[in-house]
Design a protein around this ligand. Structure first.
Ligand code: NOJ
Length: 800
């Protein structure tokens, strides 16, 4: 590692990076962000060597101006654009959102949100979700997909973008990242793992101006080194290990230094420690300096300009050329940027037969084509959906979590009289697209209509949507069911006498409730919106078989409805994508046995485990440019780790989810791959590969359990393995237990199967801040397996 002195950092000419913590006094503990320069050069190690050589040959043909254009975004048809160079048969790069499918397109699919993929706990579905998405991106001529998401991780239950990613558990999110990167890149499209790092709330993610026109800097997420490694960095390490082409640096500050000019997190952690060989791309408008960002390790400035919508002027572009010419930025740094950008391009064969950008992309871009500075060759409008609806439906069903099912209320058995209630059951009335900057960030938060995806850049443009009511109508007509519905939530607040139902209450009442989330805003609370909790109570007062389905971005306060004896079933379906109605009907009628599990914990008391957002009237009116500070003082103890540490029993545990059958877990056995105590406590020094020291990824323990379907119907079970490190050795702040393995296994009634888990060195180590290494404990490690975090029926201890 090369760390320059403070003097040298200042001489680099940019914003002072990460050395000003002392002024924040108590923040000091959390704000260690030492300068790390120079930016490590890529070598193509880890399997990209041939592509790296081709990138070198490409680079050799470029003038300095062309190199700078390769790394600075420009206007064009896509969300982000790199200019074509005809002379070299390079058609440019098209970068498109987002994590639920290609957004800026028509005739494309809207897939289930990341949180649904996480709730499926199904590696194969996570992979195929991304693979099929990738085929759609490629079909539309998009070289780079701006997904998957591991930041926010989900520190705040109220975080506006948690649903785009997977889970507040880093292991589950790490699996989601790895499968998503592999799936996307198997389709020949570059994955962009985002937002690196600490982007946990939306409020003040960017700098603002106060009433005196004074710049107030963005929020600083202040994260200590161990928490950084064991929690927030963990899933990004999976992404790098899986070969992610790109990493998008985040808007907010990290330990007081902007995410896209933090030399510690970019040069130090990402490129040096994790051996990242791809390129760091800025979030849109996240670049607040020229020289400082280039030297801190940023490789691509998006969309190129200072502002979000206006690509000119830019801190880079011609300014970067000047910086190279006057020696502020070494040309070798710009060369490294180009090599990092072009290596994955060649590795994924994007120079061969890659479709031109779909014509439809441009019409819905922010930019008016008349203002384009470059001519792009556009291809025809193509339909890329290609039967992907089946996977979308299957995944949404597999990710639906059955939280309550008393008296076997579900599955439905040809009900004679069914009622459907709530404003989430039917057609979205205000349009099928939730990113309309003119309409504001609440553009998709309409009162009437089902919520199948959230808002902002992570939304999708529906080509069609199957609302729950439509799918229920179709299915219930097969049984000759009397179907009545009341969809207006104002009406549902009235005395049920006024609902004009058939003379008696329905035999079964299904209430569809929703909760809106979008980029650019955080949630005001954890309620089911549009007064749904009170309306459910009103409905349940006349209907003693009330089933609640939630379409929500994440954690809701479910305690009141869980406690209501007339609410017989609760299904958390999150944001299921375009097939929403069909996937919930499959579950309601038992065509698919529920197998989703919560990727987070729900407290009994709504405030249990909830870390408040940083926000206040005082902050909103501050005159202190550095007033916005988020000290992550809870360290690793978020979500179930918080409940464990304080011995609080939640309403629904992390990993919880019911089935229409029952399962049993038995016979846990754990064996050492090498003799206990024989492996070195610190990983042997080896050349860094993408993902870090390669030894971190080697298996040290193998665990097996037997799972059995003890019920009457076929279904899928998810045995979950948790590891507890010896507290005395691992030190204060060590979680009581952490998820370190899971699998999803389909079993016929009466069938059983053995399930194996490989525990890697990283799974069994803690981050030793002094040694700056992952350290294995010498004491006994507890390994426990069960059906959720609160039901670990099998456990044993083992010395590694
Ligand atoms: C800003 C968002 O934070 C990011 O996720 C997205 O990819 C870009 N805008 C481009 O739309």
């Amino acid at each position: 590692m090369t760390s320059l002195t403070l003097k040298n950092v200042l001489l680099l000419g940019g914003t002072l990076v990460g050395v000003s913590q002392a002024q924040f006094g108590s923040h000091e503990l959390y704000t260690s962000s030492p300068p790390v320069y120079p930016s490590p050069n890529a070598t193509g190690t880890g399997g990209w060597q041939d592509a790296f050589a081709r990138a070198q040959a490409f680079l050799a043909e470029l003038s300095l101006e062309e190199k700078v254009e390769m790394v600075t975004g420009t206007t064009g048809p896509c969300a982000g654009n790199i200019k074509p160079i005809e002379r070299l048969n390079f058609n440019g790069l098209c970068l498109q959102d987002g994590p639920a499918g290609i957004r800026q397109a028509i005739y494309a699919s809207v897939f289930p949100a990341g949180v649904v993929a996480a709730a499926s706990w199904d590696r194969s579905l996570m992979y195929h979700r991304s693979l099929l998405m990738g085929r759609e991106f490629r079909g539309k001529g998009a070289h780079v997909a701006l997904m998957p998401v591991a930041g926010p991780l989900g520190r705040h239950a109220q975080g506006g973008r948690n649903w785009e990613g997977f889970s507040p558990d880093p292991y589950l999110t790490g699996v989601g990242m790895e499968e998503s990167v592999r799936g996307m890149q198997a389709a020949g499209v570059q994955a962009t793992s985002k937002h690196y790092i600490g982007n946990e709330q939306e409020i003040q993610r960017n700098p603002s101006s106060n009433s005196s026109n004074q710049t107030i800097e963005a929020l600083s997420s202040n994260i200590d080194d161990r928490t950084m490694h064991e929690l927030y960095l963990w899933p990004f390490a999976n992404a790098v290990h899986a070969g992610t082409a790109s990493i998008m640096c985040s808007y907010q500050r990290l330990n007081t230094s902007y995410g896209c000019q933090n030399s510690k997190s970019l040069n130090g952690i990402l490129k040096e420690e994790l051996g990242f060989q791809g390129y760091v791309m800025s979030d849109w408008g996240a670049v607040h300096a020229g020289v400082a960002t280039a030297n801190a390790g940023l490789d691509m400035n998006m969309p190129g300009g200072i502002g979000f919508l206006d690509p000119t002027p830019s801190f880079w572009g011609a300014n970067l050329t000047t910086a190279v010419n006057n020696g502020s930025v070494a040309e070798s740094r710009v060369d490294d940027m180009v090599l990092r950008i072009m290596t994955p391009y060649f590795y994924l064969g994007q120079d061969e037969d890659f479709p031109f950008v779909d014509e439809s992309s441009s019409v819905i871009n922010f930019f008016d084509p008349a203002t384009w500075t470059y001519n792009y060759t556009l291809g025809p409008v193509v339909d890329v959906r290609d039967g992907h609806a089946q996977l979308i439906r299957d995944l949404a069903s597999a990710g639906t979590v059955l939280l309550k099912n008393t008296n076997n209320a579900l599955p439905l058995r040809a009900p004679r009289y069914l009622g459907v209630f709530g404003n989430d059951a039917t057609e979205p009335e205000d349009g099928l697209y939730s990113l309309n900057l003119l309409a504001g960030i609440d553009a998709g938060n309409y009162e009437d209509g089902t919520l199948a995806i959230g808002g902002g850049s992570g939304t999708g443009r529906f080509t069609y949507i199957v609302p729950p009511l439509e799918a229920i109508k179709r299915r219930s007509s097969q049984d000759g069911t009397l179907l009545q519905y009341v969809l207006n939530n104002d009406k549902l607040a009235q005395n049920p006498y006024f609902w004009n139902l058939a003379p008696t209450p329905p035999e079964v009442c299904i209430f569809f409730a929703k909760t809106w989330c979008t980029e650019g805003a955080d949630r005001p609370n954890l309620d089911l919106e549009w007064n749904a909790t009170a309306l459910i109570a009103n409905l349940a007062s006349i209907c003693n078989n009330t089933i609640v389905v939630t379409h929500s971005c994440g954690i809701n306060d479910l305690a009141p409805i869980a406690a209501n004896p007339n609410v017989t079933a609760i299904l958390a379906a999150h944001y299921p994508g375009q097939e929403t109605g069909n996937s919930i009907v499959n579950i309601l009628y038992g065509d698919v046995n529920p197998s989703g599990h919560l990727p987070y914990t729900i407290g009994r008391n709504v405030s249990d485990g909830v870390i408040p957002l940083v926000n206040s009237t005082e902050l909103l009116n501050t005159t202190d440019p550095n007033a916005w500070q988020a000290d992550f003082t809870e360290g690793q103890l978020i979500d179930y780790r918080h409940f464990d540490a304080r011995n609080i029993t939640p309403l629904y545990h992390f990993g919880y989810g019911l089935s229409y059958t029952t399962f049993n877990v038995s016979d846990l056995s754990v064996t050492n791959v090498d003799a206990a105590g024989s492996v070195p406590r610190l990983p042997p020094a080896l050349p860094v590969q993408p993902g870090g020291n390669p030894t971190l990824w080697s298996t040290l323990l193998r665990a097996t359990v037997t799972v059995a379907n003890t019920g009457e119907v076929a279904g899928a079970v998810v045995p979950q393995l948790y590891v507890s490190l010896p507290q005395a050795e691992a030190g204060p702040g060590t979680p009581v237990k952490t998820l370190r393995g899971f699998d999803k296994v389909y079993l016929e009634p009466g069938e059983s199967a053995e399930v194996g888990f490989d525990l890697l060195r990283r799974d069994l180590s803690f981050w030793d801040v002094g040694a700056q290494q992952w350290r294995l404990p010498t004491g006994a490690v507890q390994v426990a397996v069960g059906l959720h975090a609160g039901d670990l029926s099998e456990s044993t201890s083992v010395t590694v």
